[in-house]
Design a protein around this ligand. Sequence first.
Ligand SMILES: Cc1cc2nc3c(=O)[nH]c(=O)nc-3n(C[C@H](O)[C@H](O)[C@H](O)COP(=O)(O)OP(=O)(O)OC[C@H]3O[C@@H](n4cnc5c(N)ncnc54)[C@H](O)[C@@H]3O)c2cc1C
Ligand code: SF4
Length: 359
Amino acid sequence: MIPFDYHRAEDVASAVALVSSNPEAAFLAGGTNLVDRMKLGVAQPTLLVDISRLPLDTVDVQEDGRVRIGTNVRNADLAANTVIRSRYPALSQALLAGASGQLRNLATTGGNLLQRTRCVYFQNPTTPCNKREPGTGCSALEGYTRYHAILGASEDCVATHPSDMAVALAALDAAVVVKGPAGERVLPVSDLHRLPGNEPQKDTVLDHGELITAVELPPAPARSAYRKVRDRASYAFALVSVAAALELDDDDTAVPVIRDVRIALGGVAHKPWRALQAEAVLRGAVATEANFRAAADAELLHAETLNGNGFKVPMVRNTLAAVLRDLTGTAGPDASAPGTDHPEGPAGPEDAGWEDVNS
Ligand SMILES: Cc1cc2nc3c(=O)[nH]c(=O)nc-3n(C[C@H](O)[C@H](O)[C@H](O)COP(=O)(O)OP(=O)(O)OC[C@H]3O[C@@H](n4cnc5c(N)ncnc54)[C@H](O)[C@@H]3O)c2cc1C
Ligand code: SF4
């Protein structure tokens, strides 16, 4: 680790001023990602501005039903919050699926959103990586790709975004409140992260020195859930994850109709992936296995797999169907019924262009 200066911020304005005026400065929240990167030599800030004592650590329910989450709310506290648990189960489930108990006690809302990819080449300064060092190449393309993207990647970077919480927030239609030198702006969380294109070094649309001060949730959907598939039951990043938020037309009918739905996928792209094609298939459709599978197929039409991650295509299909079954209270697939089970899944068209629907 190289030497660095440390400053504990007293207020938001001075924190923003200090970081935005110094290209080598960084905000320090829980430190569970930034300090790791500093130890690895992947991040080398010369000034750390500690924001963890700023009074941005409450979860407030507004009169209109919106919920405002301060950026310093710890992941463990947010997961346990009674409003979040009862009204936004997808968010609570996503937080509890992320990292370990000890890490969640330190990790913050803002820091979780802005953690960087866990691509093994990004974390190893001895290997070429366009995200860490633009123009050096992408080691993953010919390397270990089990955790890498199948949607929205570019020839310059095939990394995935690691946050579970961000996937739930995308399905819940959350917004991010950002304070910069020029004032405050609010943007949908789906617009916060970006696809790699030919600038994979940029994870988000934030300018250097912009501080996330809060996340805002709209009034809660009727039903929501998050499911994560990973290599082991203890802490591990997602191979694939699905967050969904649903409104049904009539909960009492035998086969409900999906009035509205928002879906986000994790572990498949450089950002939490809003499954807009799947949503379009499902909106107004009856909640049947065939429609769940058709929705997944529509979303995966342009999936492009690498040598080590082809399994993600059927994994997304099966996980999405499972989440939708749970949320709609419908039965699982009848193995004897033709057309409802797709263990292999279609390969994405080999010559498909890079998908840009989420850009
Ligand atoms: C072993 C291990 C396993 C993990 N497993 C998972 C997992 O399964 N799922 C998952 O989602 N995460 C996982 N994580 C990641 C963990 O969740 C993140 O490290 C954590 O959420 C980051 O939060 P932090 O407050 O510690 O951020 P920090 O490390 O302090 O900051 C992260 C980045 O965000 C910037 N930043 C922080 N706050 C702000 C702000 N308010 N505004 C602007 N910039 C800001 C910092 O400058 C830094 O660049 C794992 C981590 C480890 C070490
Ligand atoms: S996938 Fe992205 S982060 Fe990983 S080596 Fe390639 S450029 Fe770097």
